[in-house]
Write a protein that binds this ligand. Sequence first.
Ligand code: SF4
Ligand code: SF4
Ligand code: SF4
Length: 322
Amino acid sequence: MQKIIERAKELLSKGEVARVLGWKKGDLAYNPEPAFFNCTDELTSFTYNGFCGANLSKYMIEASKLDGKTLVFLKPCDTYSFNQLIKEHRVDREKAYIIGVSCSGNYSVEKINKAGIKGIESIEIDGENLKVQTIYGQKTMAAKDALMERCTVCKGKEHKIFDELIEINTAYQNEDVTSRFDMVEKLEAMTSEERFIFWQNELSKCIRCNACRNACPACSCRKCVFDSNNFDSAQKANVDSFEEKMFHIIRAFHVAGRCTDCGECSRVCPQGIPLHLLNRKFIKDINEFYGEFQAGEDAQSKGPLTSFTLEDVEPSIVGERK
Ligand code: SF4
Ligand code: SF4
Ligand code: SF4
C-alpha cells in the first residue's frame, strides 16, 4: 500500500493532479470509505485492502465538474464502469488520472459474520486464511469462504482503462471462478409462480434506503424519477408489494444494457437482497438475443439496446420463449 501512497503524494506535490480519490480507513476494520484527499498530509488515512469494495467510478461524475485532474484508483471491475460512464458522457476522461490497482478479491463482512465471527476488531490476511481478532479472541476462516459473491465470478483482473498500473496484493487469490449465470439459470428453471415467490420474498425486505441506486454507476441521472415530488415517490418507503417491486423493476430496465455487473447494488444493500441477479438476467438475455456483450469493455462501442441491425430479434421473442 505504501507504493500507492507514495505515488499519490508524488503526483499531488508535482501539481499533476489537484486531488486524490481513494479509500480512507473507516471506524471499523472492515469498512473503509471512499474519500477525496486534497493534500499530501491527508493521505495518512489512505488505505487499500480487501475491504475496499466501493467502486470509485461513480464519484468521478462529480469530480469531473471540479477544476484540475483527479487521481482515481480503480480496481479491474471498476474500470468497466468508468468506460461506460465515458460512453454516456457522464465523466470527463481528461479530468481523470487513473491508476489501476491490482485486485485479488474483496471480502464480505456478512459472510464472516455468518461463519459465526462477530465483534471484529481487526482482520489480517494470512496465506489462504483470514486471521480475525475479535472481542472474544482470535478466530480464523478460509479466505475463499469470505469472498464477496462478485469476486467468486470475477470478469477478470485486466484493467480496461488506465494511465498507469500498480501491482499490490490485497487478498487471497481466488482461482475458482464459477459461472456468473448459474443462479440465473436456476431461477429460469423455476415455474413462474416459484420465481414470483422468490422475488416477492427478496424484495419485501427492501426498506427503500436508495443505497443500491446511489452506489450504482449506471444510475447516473441528475434527477432520478423516484425523487419526483409530483409522483409522491421521493424518499418513500414501500407501502405495498406492488411498490416493493416497482422500484426495482424500473431500475433494472433503466440500467439494462449499461449495467457492467459490478455488484455494487448487492454489496451496499443493508437487507442482503441479491439485486445483481435481476440485472444478470437482463445481461444473459441481451447476450442470447444480440450476441455476447459486456458493458464497459471499451469506451466507444454502441450497446445492443442503442443500436439496430437487421439481424436483431423481434420483440415478439419475449412471448415466444417458454
Ligand atoms: S470482481 Fe474481480 S476485480 Fe472486482 S473486486 Fe472482485 S476480484 Fe477484484
Ligand atoms: S439498497 Fe436494498 S434496501 Fe436499500 S433500496 Fe436498494 S434494495 Fe432496498
Ligand atoms: S445495477 Fe448493480 S451491478 Fe449493475 S452497474 Fe448498477 S450497481 Fe453495478
